[in-house]
Design a protein around this ligand. Sequence first.
Ligand code: B12
Ligand code: SF4
Ligand code: SF4
Length: 307
Amino acid sequence: MKNKITEICKNAGFQLVKFTKAEELTIEKKYLESWIEEGRNADMKWMEKYIDKRTNPSLILENVKSVISLALLYDTPVIHREDENLPKISRYAWGERDYHKIIKSKLKQICNEIELLSPNIKTKFYVDDGPVMDKVWAVRSGLGWMGKNTNVINPEYGSYFFLSEIFINIEFEYDEPIEDYCKNCRLCLIECPTGALYDEYKLDANLCISYQTIENRSEIPNEINLNGWIFGCDICQEVCPYNSKGVFTDEKLFFPREELTNKSYDDLLNYTEKKFDETFSGTPIKRTKYSGWIRNLKKAKSELKNN
Ligand code: B12
Ligand code: SF4
Ligand code: SF4
């Protein structure tokens, strides 16, 4: 059954498919609670909800026995623009379709196929936006280790992948967690320009450019320099040695669209709300809304050295 399911998931395009026991996440719950108590979630109030569901898989699916953790690579051979006078967008948002849509349609198809294997099988799938800790299941199943930059890293594929999972009511032979290969490296902590990685494996969203440009719905504090990033930030992954393995996605929908590779600050600032909606409808960038887009562009432009 495990081999059959792995084959179904790989045929759907997922590079990594790992299995772990569905258990209550006791230690991870403590980490999550203290992260929230310390206010490290900034204004992401939704992270404070459904803590029990986030950390107890039986509240997700009745009689759940296992969690299948999946990774879909989004990295392409295209490199970030090096001219610091040009705005930068994080890799995960380069494509013309939102990954939630791409992955949900794959998972729906996969779960239909799995449920046909036996009449008693029940499944439930999640990607990113549910009350589920995607990284925790990936680490527990050995899909990767939790990097000091707080991203899950696989020794062969790096960390430029999306995580998702399938909760299922049958048992399998489980995969083992893997070693933490960060060892003595601290490159991500050293290179993070805002100090958001305030300690190893610990991120303060208040200081993170990714949070500020994507999730923050009000003003970005003056003391945070966006360093040219107008949507998300890839610095702590770009510097990670495990992201230079040269393994790339062949999903054309993740490759950068022209609008994001050849435009200056002024070009993008000239977009009207209508043009913004038309250009970014159905892509991750829509999340910041037009007001956030303009706010990010104006701030990043005002921080240019020669401005
Ligand atoms: C909230 C959120 C954010 C927040 C907070 C990020 C964070 N580090 O949690 C913000 C907006 C900043 C963010 C940014 C990004 N995100 Co985000 N985000 C999420 C989300 C929705 C929840 C994550 C969560 O639960 N955080 C809560 C805290 C408690 O979790 P944590 O940092 O993992 O904490 C653990 C460790 O710190 C550890 N820990 C704590 N103390 C200690 C002490 C010791 C000694 C040790 C060993 C460990 C340890 O235990 C904690 C619990 O396991 C997930 C999707 C999901 N549903 O899971 C995506 C997700 C994590 N994001 C993702 C991505 C791609 C990004 C960005 C790369 C996007 C971008 N380019 O801008 C950046 C990366 C920034 C970074 N360095 O992490 C991917 C990551 C894929 C991967 N390979 O890991 C996810 C999984 C989405 C997905 N489904 O693919 N994100
Ligand atoms: S995403 Fe950028 S700001 Fe956030 S922790 Fe990584 S390097 Fe720092
Ligand atoms: S840059 Fe170094 S310390 Fe940071 S996640 Fe990668 S290997 Fe780990």
